[in-house]
Design a binder for this molecule. Structure first.
Ligand code: ADP
Ligand code: MG
Length: 368
């Protein structure tokens, strides 16, 4: 599959409107050769629209799509050498596995010997050689997906597009297929753009994730940055679990902002903010960025455990703070019985993922 490997894909100022709905708003993405990039966001945020624009099924309102620096926006779908696997696979039901895979090369006018060789190669790549004469309905969901992928790769695409590729698979099979597709992608080195609304899938599989919200690109970064350094409150709450502590900015120094929590305690966040002193702020911390204990100490926040959920090796505590808000804390299950009643909450150093403006009081102020 070496001819397919290593092409750069660029979206430059891509916008698309369906009437009043802006499905893509000036999206810029530079995808490196061989990268696996996920487009992640809630239903309706514009993921499929971007994929269709890249594939040429939809002509963007403005902006340009480039492969290896050359515009492909003027090319029809079948001249772009871009392969797309849809979420329902869309195999030809009356054709065998081998015929499905041969479809693309035959339509492209490839000689029979070459087509046969490609079909054999692709059957091996997706480990489906033993099933070559079966019909799609005689295959499991995972097998159908392998065939859909093989059929797509048989045209030697420069770019591979996957639209919610695992959504039709049950949970156990999904992880197997995720690992398999990632392995295939690595082996082939084919630049891949995958659409998903599943944050774990995006975090687990991607080199970089583009998080979208209502047609806007919120952040484009490696999974660890998206998780640890989300660029917006939207990213922080859409990816992973977010606890949001209400506070006000108490001071700003070179090492970051200090905030005052509801119980009056001031903590150093280690994070920068553009907010000014006195502004209402939401302090975002992941469940594993905090710890509860029976004993207090410096920086400990008084709280009360209101629910405990044991999940295998870990415990999830729901902890309620003095202002009535509650947070979730995940920690390792100790030999002793879980904590209960009044406890202390500790923020681990450098684990605050962000400081975001708190607008929750604004409507109240305006209303009065
Ligand atoms: N053919 C269409 N006509 C009108 N509106 C559309 C069309 N396709 C998508 N949209 C709208 O554009 C927005 C983005 O849709 P889509 O790209 O399918 O989102 P996603 O794949 O992230 O769920 C949604 O508001 C959707 O309703
Ligand atoms: Mg979609």
């Amino acid at each position: 599959m070496s001819q397919s490997a290593g092409h750069a894909l660029t979206l430059r100022g891509i916008s698309h409107a369906f009437g009043q709905v802006v499905a893509a708003n000036a999206i810029d993405l530079d995808i490196r050769p061989g990268e696996l990039v996920s487009l992640l966001g809630p239903s309706g945020c514009g993921k499929t629209t971007l994929l269709k624009i890249i594939a040429g099924f939809l002509r963007q309102t403005s902006g340009d799509v480039l492969v290896d620096g050359a515009s492909i926006s003027h090319l029809p779908t079948n001249r772009r050498r871009i392969g797309i696997v849809f979420q329902n696979y869309a195999l030809f039901p009356h054709m065998s596995v081998a015929q499905n895979i041969a479809y693309g090369p035959i339509a492209a006018g490839r000689p029979k010997a070459e087509t046969d060789a490609v079909v054999s190669e692709m059957l091996d790549v997706v480990q489906m050689a033993a099933f070559r004469d079966r019909l799609p309905r005689e295959l499991s969901g995972g097998q159908q997906q392998r065939v859909a992928l093989a059929r797509c790769l048989a045209i030697r695409p420069r770019i591979l597009l996957l639209d919610e590729p695992f959504s039709a698979l049950d949970k156990n099979l999904r992880l197997d297929m995720q690992i398999e597709i990632k392995r295939l992608q690595r082996q082939s080195g084919i630049t891949t753009v995958m659409v998903t609304h599943d944050q774990e899938e995006a975090l687990g599989m991607s080199d970089r994730i583009a998080v979208l919200s209502r047609g806007n690109l919120e952040q484009f970064a490696p999974p660890s940055d998206i998780y640890d350094r989300p660029a917006s409150l939207f990213v922080n709450t859409f990816v992973g679990t977010a606890n949001l502590l209400r506070a006000t900015v108490a001071g700003i120094s070179a090492s970051g902002a200090a905030v005052r929590l509801a119980d009056g305690m001031v903590i150093e966040t280690g994070r920068e903010t553009t907010l000014s002193v006195g502004a209402a702020v939401l302090v975002a911390v992941r469940p594993e960025g905090m710890r509860v204990s029976a004993t207090g100490g410096a920086g400990a926040i008084g709280a009360e455990i209101t629910a405990v959920m044991p999940i295998g090796p870990a415990l999830i505590y729901e902890v309620t703070l003095i202002d009535g808000s509650s947070v979730k804390v995940v920690q390792e299950r100790e030999a002793d019985a879980p904590l209960a009643g009044p406890v202390f909450l500790h923020l681990k150093p450098n684990r605050i993922t962000g400081l975001f403006p708190d607008h929750s009081g604004d409507t109240h102020k305006k209303g009065n």
